[in-house]
Write a protein that binds this ligand. Structure first.
Ligand code: SF4
Length: 606
């Protein structure tokens, strides 16, 4: 991905984050344009808040600008010299007041309110000591124009975000950035960036660990280094669930590939150590795996999209090129020759087709010299509050034709995975505990940390101490759906609803018996699916009369609360539904890691 385009595509989200943190603060700028002009003249090259005090003193001594214009220079100098300002500044003040009076016949710039932007800008920049940035400040703060002033803070932050080249002075930055952002965003971006530059993104020692916009920063990526042990690549990376698990297990991500631009943006946003160029937003079929043969990739993970199976169901195998995406994985495996490969797929089709598919994938691996074993894994057995059954293939490269020894290695990996199974289940309510309760239509993409109730052990692992909850918005529902939800008890579905109140059931229960489902509080949730982007009728919250939110779905998938999903409400659900639960991926990553480590110690072959 191109970092600059990524930031520009998400400038609204970036602006919202800054606004959430700083709330568009008042920097003491003036509503009157001549007041603002004088305030700016006094602030130029003045340190600290000295200019604010001097401005107030000047206004006290000379209540209107006519008094200042007519006052002896020495008197003005005596007021402003406490801020380190000298006769030159006095000359600028007096000269500008003279020009303004000559031009407008009064000591006021109010007539600028009727002028168009270009004329205002030309006039202001013709004044002594007023450059483009100062002119834009007067226009933005006092004349309410949608312009974008670039001071040193804004310039520095935009450089670190990768929007302009590093090392440019703010005058050059002003020229380059003047028209880059959409008009309505300019005011809040400016005032919040000034606050951010003063408090966090300082010129020296920026407090990056406290930075709310780190997910968009290029600079932090240049400074950070991934410290994982073994290098892995994620094909069909989606929003990054599988990668997150492998990262937590101690792997070092080399690249993530996905054809969905929003998923790629989410993937990059949540990895502040990763260069944008390592997130490849392309169709895997057009990528040449030979480009990555020298990267030391030891593990390839992949979750080819679920459509694979629905197409298979309709068309059978091999009728179109697109329905066998696992072949793309094998294409990469053949070129890169990783030690291990993990593929996640959706089962749930007719079992004979499933078996046929499994055989084809396993044969594909064997032809490439990989031993492989596949099994169904249900996320609910691994401490995840969701009944999610998926098919996993784990393959290992055969070393020096020792198939038996390699198969033993695969078995050890699966044994370790089985050992992590838990007897107790995490329930839906435990999964979402601590998240604010919402009524239909309530919530926000960014929510503060207030209102957290008691949290379960599981939820405490998901809670982020930084205090923001992302993507917690509840859908609005029509009156009929609200009545249907209220009519249903936990665990009831469309058939039950039809039995109680047939007129509330808009679908044929024959075709869609699970079209409506109210989740049971004390059980793991049903499988979180991408279909949630369309409606949440099959995911009705058992206590609040509404469908679940994207954040609740993310909790049920074991994403931590600070993992933000970018894109619209529907696209957030799609990314979450398509992801591999990170906690489960971590279990698999750990099981493979032990094998890789012992291989390196020479205990096992390969
Ligand atoms: S991560 Fe650091 S350098 Fe980047 S914007 Fe934030 S504070 Fe500035």
């Amino acid at each position: 991905m191109n970092h600059e385009l990524y930031v520009m595509d998400h400038i609204k989200e970036l602006s919202e984050l800054l606004d959430f943190e700083y709330g568009s603060p008042d920097h003491n700028n003036k509503k009157d344009p001549l007041d603002e002009l004088m305030y700016i003249l006094l602030s130029r090259r003045t340190r600290g808040i000295g200019y604010e005090m001097v401005y107030d003193k000047l206004k006290k001594k000379f209540p209107n600008w006519e008094d200042t214009a007519k006052a002896p220079s020495q008197q003005i100098l005596r007021v402003i010299e406490s801020a380190g300002l000298g006769p030159k500044r006095v000359r600028e003040i007096k000269e500008n007041l003279y020009i303004i009076h000559e031009h407008f016949g009064e000591y006021s710039l109010n007539r600028l309110r009727k002028w168009h932007n270009t004329k205002v800008f030309e006039f202001l920049t013709s004044l002594e000591g007023i450059g483009p940035k100062s002119a834009y400040c007067i226009m933005m703060y006092s004349l309410e124009r949608e312009v974008f002033p670039v001071d040193t803070h804004v310039n520095r932050i935009c450089q670190r975000l990768g929007l302009i080249e590093m090392g440019l002075d703010h005058k050059k930055g002003q020229t380059l950035l003047a028209d880059v952002f959409r008009g309505p965003l300019r005011y809040s971006l400016h005032v919040n960036m000034v606050a951010h530059g003063r408090e966090v993104c300082r010129s020296t020692n920026p407090r990056c660990s406290n930075c709310i916009i780190a997910g968009f920063c290029k600079w932090i990526r240049l400074k950070s280094k991934a410290d994982g042990k073994h290098i892995f690549a994620d094909l069909f990376a989606g929003a990054g669930g599988m990668s997150l698990g492998f990262e937590k297990a101690g792997y070092n991500l080399q690249m993530g590939i996905d054809s969905n631009p929003r998923a790629c943006a989410t993937f990059l946003h949540n990895r502040t150590y990763l260069d944008a160029e390592k997130v490849i937003n392309e169709d895997i079929e057009v990528i040449d795996p030979e480009r990555y043969t020298e990267k030391g990739i030891k593990v390839i993970v992949a979750g080819p999209p679920c459509q694979e199976f629905s197409r298979v169901r309709k068309n059978g195998f091999g009728e179109t090129g697109r329905n066998e995406l696992y072949k793309q994985v094998l294409h990469f495996v053949k070129a890169i020759k990783p030690v291990f490969v993990v593929i996640e797929n959706v089962p749930g089709m007719a079992s004979h087709l499933n078996r046929k598919y499994v055989k084809k994938v396993e044969n594909g691996f064997r032809k490439l010299g990989y031993a492989v074993h596949s099994e169904m894994i249900n996320a609910k057995h691994y401490g995840i509050p969701q009944n999610r059954l998926r098919l996993f293939f784990i393959a290992r490269r055969v070393y020096k034709d020792s198939w038996e020894a390699t198969e033993r290695a695969i078995n050890r990996v699966w044994e370790r995975i089985h050992l992590e199974k838990q007897d107790t289940r995490v329930s839906f309510l435990q999964g979402i505990s601590g998240l604010p309760r919402l009524s239909p239509g309530e919530g926000a993409d960014l929510l503060g940390n207030d209102g957290r109730g008691k949290s379960s052990d599981y939820a405490r692992k998901m809670i982020y101490n930084g205090g923001i909850i992302f993507n917690h918005i509840a859908r609005k529902h029509n009156p009929r759906d609200l009545e249907a939800y209220a009519t249903m008890e936990e665990g009831e579905n469309a058939l039950d609803l039809h039995g109680k109140k047939p007129d509330l059931m808009p679908y044929s229960t024959k075709n869609f018996p699970t079209k409506f489902f109210k989740i049971r509080s004390d059980d793991p949730s049903p499988t979180i699916v991408a279909h949630l982007r369309r409606d949440a009728n099959s995911f009705i919250h058992p206590r609040d009369n509404r469908g679940i939110t994207p954040r609740e779905a993310a909790r049920l998938q074991s994403f931590p609360d600070n993992y933000r999903f970018l894109g619209s409400f529907g696209l957030q659900f799609e990314q979450i539904g398509n992801a591999v639960p990170p906690l489960l991926a971590e279990v698999i990553g750990n099981a493979i890691m032990e094998e890789l480590d012992s291989s390196e110690r020479g205990k096992n072959h390969g």
